[in-house]
Write a protein that binds this ligand. Structure first.
Ligand code: NCD
Length: 307
């Protein structure tokens, strides 16, 4: 049965764990998967800039032995002639077996999924969701920390517009024993709907602070984010807020020895390059984990679609 993944909540905790287990198996035995998607095609439809997410999907499909059809520039596609997302999804369904789509509008991936006859994976819809980044994040935390239980997770930066943060909180909140420290300027606080839906009903402990320094000593995981320039209504606000937090070696010195630092990338100024040498920096491992989790998800959805 055809099934799409638009929101991380479309996957149960058992399924998330299963996807991580498959990713571990792919890491251990890549040759076993080299022909798993032979003669299958992934279409990547990116209506918004992306390097790593699109290439990660494409690398994932190639490593599964499949092929890729790629739309990288909305300006040169039929969208610029006024074609609707619904029609694009129906058309691409005639060419490919699975779609990965990124779009600046919240809800666009759902519209595509409702109109496509093949599975659609949301690769980011506006400030809403980014489920495959969350898959990368979960595998990174599980590989580095062993489990999710008992972790204090600091999320820092643009918690308002950062879709990776919203998806990650939705996912992690379903594991027992997690607590959050939400670190942001007043204007970029986590939207209340995320708190009301994911954090409060489960009684998950959380703190809000503007100070990264104060938060550092208590954290097991620090998830840094970029201030989302493209979602601001005026340049002035962006310029005022863009350098609110810069993680540097002096701040790292306040963190625990077993802290892990994550970032969905691209980084702008939030993490100084000097931190890259610190063994606690995990953001490049996160990139690699993202490819394995996308392989795992593509496999699962294509298998389900065939059954
Ligand atoms: C993130 C995104 O697109 O939301 N990037 C990514 O997919 N790795 C984070 C960001 O753009 O800041």
């Amino acid at each position: 049965m055809k099934r799409s993944v638009i929101d991380i909540l479309d996957l149960s905790v058992d399924e998330l764990n299963g996807l991580m287990d498959t990713a571990e198996d792919i890491i251990a035995n890549p040759d076993d998967y080299a022909d798993s998607c032979r003669r299958k095609k992934l279409a990547t439809l990116f209506f918004e800039p992306s390097t790593r997410t699109r290439m990660s999907f494409e690398a994932a499909m190639y490593e599964l032995g499949g092929n890729v059809l790629s739309m990288t520039d909305a300006a040169s596609s039929s969208a610029s002639k006024g074609e609707s997302v619904a029609d694009t999804a129906r058309v691409i369904s005639c060419y490919a077996d699975i779609i990965a789509m990124r779009h600046p509008k919240e809800g666009a991936a759902l519209v595509a999924a409702n109109n496509a006859t093949i599975p659609v994976i949301n690769a980011g819809d506006g400030g809403h969701c980014h489920p495959t980044q969350t898959l990368a994040d979960l595998l990174t935390i599980r590989r580095e920390k062993g489990s999710f239980s008992g972790l204090t997770v600091g999320l820092c930066g643009d918690l308002k517009f950062g879709r990776t943060v919203h998806s990650l909180i939705n996912a992690l909140s379903r594991y027992d024993g997690v607590r959050y420290v939400l670190i942001s300027p007043e204007e970029l606080k986590l939207p209340s709907y995320v708190k009301e839906e994911a954090i409060k009903p489960r009684g998950i402990p959380y703190e809000q602070t503007e100070s990264l320094e104060d938060a550092m000593p208590s954290l097991d995981v620090l998830y840094m984010t970029r201030v989302q320039k493209e979602r601001f209504f005026n340049e002035e606000d962006y310029l005022r807020l863009k350098d609110s937090y810069i993680l540097d070696p002096a701040k790292m010195a306040l963190g625990r020895q077993d802290l892990i630092v994550m970032h969905p990338l691209p980084r702008v100024n939030e993490i100084s390059v000097a931190v890259d040498r610190d063994p606690r920096a995990c953001y490049f491992k996160q990139v690699l984990n993202g490819k394995y989790m996308r392989m795992s998800l593509i496999l699962k959805l294509l298998e389900e679609a065939a059954s």
